[in-house]
Design a protein around this ligand. Structure first.
Ligand SMILES: Nc1ncnc2c1ncn2[C@@H]1O[C@H](COP(=O)(O)OP(=O)(O)OP(=O)(O)O)[C@@H](O)[C@H]1O
Length: 441
């Protein structure tokens, strides 16, 4: 993600050189090619994320080249350079998978923002691709060698091929969802779907319609029948994340699913039956919730037949560097090393957000710095929660303002992505931008 490398393919040498120069001034590393063949060779040699490609090349049609590049490197984004008035070309280019097209000479001020957006799309594509590969790797994707994690993996491997429901316990970010996916992958139902829902993230009404589905006319806006996640997961696995936050009336319905596989869609009179294995997860102490009357005891016992406690990252310090190395490789295409002081800082930090916090910390550190060797000073402003090492020489507000601006710059003003990277909600981001008078984006 770090390397902002692009390729310009154009046989008009002067234009190619000019474009390259403009983009270099924007901080990009630019490779040039004057023919399609040279371009394809360059793509094999360098880590390129975005290609600007003329549609009329001596040896190739730039439009055919789009399909060829997409075949070889699906996450690479291609912007075609078309001559004035050749709309048909542009349409075909987009059909072949081009990110966008620019009319030569006409759209000069569009190039820079378009290229920035194309890089963003390429990075997202790459992460999605890696995520897919990771998901299909099952237990192999779980990084860590500490005995406490090995024990959890061992237990999960044992229960995976059985039909037993599983309750995953652990603080936020300890990898509960990763384990749920791995258990599904190693189950007998891996050819069927794993459907996941976070019970704390959406309202009770929406949760109910998402899980059970509804009949047309069940409520205003129910314009057609909708299958719920339970039906979609039939024959496979349903992952109920943060089950401790499920409202009591829904707990009764889920209990019924666990008991005999039956449920009723919203607005329906008939009972439906599914065969679904349930994996549930929570960061809460469910027994304490049972005592407080917030969680049904019978559901607790149904779910907790096989309970798996996932360790906190602070309890498996041995894995911190291993995970950090893994995330560095994930987020950067260039070779980046950790200095001893950087490793020390990672080991000393109190990882309240567990692996997710470590992952976010590494991602931010790499976004905001170009260094090939990471030092501890790069980390201080990137730790999620309060850290003793944070600088006092600037007041917090100005550090925050600078930080928000940097991330906005990185995302080319994409607020949703900025909020995600900052770990705050979109509304909070807008409020802070207003507070600091950040108007440009
Ligand atoms: N052992 C691991 N190896 C590699 N990546 C991991 C591992 N465990 C977790 N992750 C990554 O850390 C992040 C958090 O993991 P996950 O979402 O599974 O945690 P969680 O316990 O379900 O969190 P929450 O309770 O907040 O939903 C994810 O991006 C995941 O890919």
């Amino acid at each position: 993600m770090n390397s902002k490398t692009l390729l310009v393919i154009d046989d008009e040498k002067k234009l190619c050189d000019l474009l390259a120069r403009i983009l270099e001034l924007e901080g990009y590393t630019v490779h040039k090619a004057y023919t399609g063949k040279e371009g394809l060779a360059s793509l094999q040699q360098h880590e390129i994320s975005v290609v600007l490609c003329d549609v009329k090349l001596p040896d190739y049609s730039g439009i055919d080249l789009v399909a060829l590049i997409k075949q070889q490197k699906p996450f690479v984004q291609i912007i075609n350079l078309t001559a004035y008035g050749t709309i048909a070309d542009s349409v075909k280019a987009m059909k072949n998978g081009a990110y966008d097209y620019i009319t030569k000479g006409d759209d000069n001020d569009k190039i820079i923002p378009l290229v920035a957006n194309a890089f963003e799309a390429a990075a997202k594509n790459k992460l999605q691709q890696i995520q897919k590969q990771t998901d299909s790797k099952g237990f192999e994707a779980i990084i860590g060698q500490s005995p406490i994690l090995a024990e959890a993996i061992n237990m999960a491997r044992k229960v995976a091929p059985s039909e037993a429901n599983v309750l995953l316990l652990g603080e936020t970010g300890t990898g509960k969802e990763v384990f749920a996916k791995a258990i599904h992958q190693a189950s007998k139902h891996t050819e069927n779907t794993l459907m996941a829902i976070n019970c704390s993230a959406i309202s009770a009404d929406l949760l109910e319609s998402e899980l059970f589905g509804y009949k047309k006319g069940a409520f205003t806006g129910a314009l057609a029948d909708k299958k719920g996640l339970l039906e979609q997961a039939d024959g496979g696995t349903l992952f109920l994340d943060e089950i401790g936050d499920m409202p009591l009336h829904m707990q009764a319905k889920i209990l019924r699913v666990l008991e005999d596989g039956t449920f009723i869609k919203l607005g329906d009179l008939q009972t439906k039956k599914v065969s679904v294995r349930v994996i549930a997860a929570t960061h809460k102490n469910l027994l304490a919730e049972v005592e407080k009357g917030n969680f049904r005891e019978d559901l607790y016992y149904r779910l907790s037949v096989f309970t798996l406690q996932l360790p906190k990252l602070n309890d498996r310090k041995k894995d911190i560097l291993l995970l950090a190395e893994h995330f560095i490789k994930l987020f950067s295409s260039s070779v980046i090393q950790m200095s001893e002081d950087f490793k020390d800082a990672l080991l000393k930090h109190n990882w309240k957000g567990n692996i997710r916090e470590l992952k976010n910390t590494i991602e931010r550190t790499l976004i905001l710095n170009e260094a090939e060797i990471l030092h501890a000073d790069l980390l201080t402003t990137n730790f999620n929660s309060s850290t003793e090492t944070i600088t006092n020489s600037l007041n917090m507000a100005s550090v925050e303002e600078i930080h928000i601006k940097k991330v906005l710059q990185y995302t080319s003003g994409n607020k949703t992505e900025t909020a995600r990277l900052l770990g705050i909600g979109l509304a909070t981001l807008y409020r802070k931008m207003e507070q600091y008078g950040i108007l440009k984006y």
